[in-house]
Design a binder for this molecule. Structure first.
Ligand code: SAT
Ligand code: MN
Length: 588
């Protein structure tokens, strides 16, 4: 039986047509819909999703064009235990990835998918990662039986005709296959085949597992391709910052999932810092390449934001609030009685809330919104979007910031002495785990470059690639390590965070422009007294001193743990081991 076709089946790419036909014959959907990315198509797909109970419309006045999705309660976050790197050898995947044999895994997953789309529609989702015409842009085709995925890909990527045009008749493309399989957790797998530029995802419908352009292509396979092709795929936001003197700089920053990347990417300058402007280029992923000028140039491969809802409010992130005011899909938030969404941290709870599982919610019980509830919102909605977000060349990066969520040990900010030292600081980054991944929340784990769940190959080789890329840059970005999350002995935050982080960015940029001095410390360079502008903040200088404090006992155990981490990785570049030895000697 042949599946019914709809959409523009007008690709003249023989490899694409043959692969779609082969996968359709295998999964046996009743219908095949080729997505063109048009507004009319979106309206039609939304109607399909509504009729199937997958999406519910929100109130057209309070949230115009917005939709609500409630996931299966057992399918609410990425699952690292089910995420596989299927390189020919286990050694290529390295000690931080779960490796599985490519042939056996492909056979097993295709076995599950055989006939699994009976009665369903297979969506052919062509998507472009990166601005059209960028030397870094890549095309993926995701085949999925989830209308939620097709609609979300339409927000998160440049989807449809635009991608087929970029592909042309003979371009290369990533082959992604996603089947929901009734969300059976026993058949949940996110498998990457770097040598084939292919992904198979089964048994889930959660963003990070199934929006294949994002973590799978842009990071896991992107990092693998970047090493071979001489560029970098990183879990970084990108911002353009203009200071009161009109100097424009670009910063890329790596933080683990749910540690404030979207907030920093959309930072609103505090009232006491007039004349500063922060514009978003990306909030999650950066693709970077050395430019002919010896600088590191970055693009955001995405076209939307898949952000954590809880904690987002007019006070913490007014730019995000404006961005999600329309045309947004909300997943697993709470719902108000009048057709809007609600989550913890948004403000006072209105009466009559429904929780993320659809049950009436009362204050004091379980959270109303799932802690990893998300919004998927178009980048074009962002009132502070930088025009450069669409520039195929990208932007030159002045500073790279890395950091995790650490209640202790790490100071508010330190500057690496050079690229090698910065690579070391990023390689030993640690963070308390968050709700973005299934598992225990709040345990410190090493999360190098915030890439632990996303680096598609051996972590030691990845660090080597960082060093090799740095060696190609005659004007490398400076690298900084920050910790917005340090607490005092009573458990209170030492630094206010959010918009006030711009004060730390101001120091970082002044360093990049050679306008302020720093002092040497065993950990790296740190601000001189008065270096971070505190005017109007009402923060006692002693609090800042505590936030910056170096506690040698904490550092002795931290460095022992770093050494154990390096031993676990094994193949650590000698230059990084040297940096760790220097730090250990300096701490004493
Ligand atoms: O869940 S996602 O992987 O899409 C987002 C994240 O965890 O960074
Ligand atoms: Mn992320």
């Amino acid at each position: 039986m042949n599946a019914a076709m709809s959409g523009p089946t007008s690709s003249n790419h023989p490899g694409l047509a043959a692969w779609v036909a082969e996968m359709a014959a295998h999964c046996r959907p009743a219908r095949i819909h080729w997505c063109d990315g048009s507004a009319e198509e979106r309206t039609g797909l939304l109607a399909v999703a509504q009729a199937a109970g997958v999406l519910e419309p929100l109130d057209p006045v309070r949230r115009p064009g917005c939709w609500y999705h409630r996931s299966n309660p057992g399918d609410v976050a990425r699952v690292e235990e089910c995420t596989w790197i299927c390189t020919p050898t286990a050694d290529e995947a390295g000690p931080t990835n779960r490796w599985a044999d490519p042939d056996e895994t492909r056979r097993r997953l295709l076995g599950w998918l055989a006939g699994s789309m009976a009665g369903r529609t297979l969506y052919v989702v062509p998507y472009l990662m990166g601005p059209p015409g960028s030397p870094l842009a890549r095309v993926g085709i995701e085949l999925t039986d989830s209308v939620y995925v097709a609609l979300s890909m339409g927000i998160m990527t440049r989807m449809g005709r635009i991608a087929l045009d970029a592909l042309g008749d003979d371009g290369r493309f990533n082959r992604g296959l996603h089947g929901m399989l009734d969300l059976d957790p026993a058949k949940r797998a996110i498998a990457h085949f770097p040598q084939d530029d292919a992904i198979i995802s089964t048994g889930s419908n959660y963003g990070g597992n199934v929006l294949l352009g994002k973590k799978c292509l842009a990071l896991r396979l992107g990092s693998w391709a970047g090493r071979r092709e001489g560029w970098m795929a990183e879990h970084m936001l990108i911002v353009a910052i203009t200071d009161p003197a009109g100097r424009r700089s670009h910063v890329a920053a790596a933080f683990p999932s749910a540690c404030g990347k979207t907030n920093l990417a959309m930072l609103t300058p505090p009232a006491r810092m007039p004349g500063w402007k922060v514009e978003t280029i990306g909030d999650d992923i950066a693709w970077l390449r050395p430019g002919p000028d010896g600088r590191l140039w970055a693009i955001n491969p995405e076209n939307g934001y898949f952000g954590v809802a809880p904690g987002t409010s007019p006070a913490t992130n007014p730019v995000a609030m404006a961005t999600i005011a329309r045309d947004t899909i909300f997943t697993n938030t709470g719902r108000t009685a009048d057709g809007d969404v609600w989550w913890e941290g948004l403000g006072p709870a209105p009466v009559g809330l429904t929780d993320w599982r659809g049950r009436p919610w009362r204050p004091g019980g379980e959270p109303c919104a799932h802690p990893n509830s998300r919004f998927a919102a178009p980048m074009a909605n962002n009132p502070m979007l930088a025009a450069a977000a669409h520039d195929p060349a990208g932007v030159p990066i002045d500073a790279i910031i890395v950091g995790g969520r650490r209640a202790d040990t790490y100071p508010l900010v330190i500057e690496a002495r050079d690229w090698t030292h910065g690579t070391y600081l990023a390689s030993v980054m640690g963070s308390e785990t968050t709700a973005a991944a299934a598992g225990v929340v709040g345990r410190v784990r090493r999360d190098p470059m915030a890439m632990l769940p996303f680096c598609g190959y051996h972590m030691g080789d990845y660090w080597d690639h960082w060093l090799a890329t740095g060696a190609r840059l005659t004007r490398p970005p400076r690298i900084f390590h920050v910790n917005w999350f340090r607490k005092d002995a009573a458990g209170a935050w030492l630094w206010p965070g959010f918009g006030e982080n711009l004060r730390v960015l101001a120091w970082i940029l002044a360093r990049c422009q050679g306008r302020v001095d720093a002092e040497a410390s065993p950990l790296g360079l740190r601000p001189m007294t008065g270096g971070i502008p505190l005017d109007g903040l009402g923060l006692a200088p002693e609090r800042l001193a505590l936030a910056q404090r170096l506690d040698r006992d904490e550092w002795r155990s931290e460095l022992l743990d770093q050494a154990a981490w390096y031993d676990r990785i094994g193949r650590v570049p000698a230059a990084l081991r040297t940096e760790l030895r220097k730090a250990t000697t300096a701490i004493g």
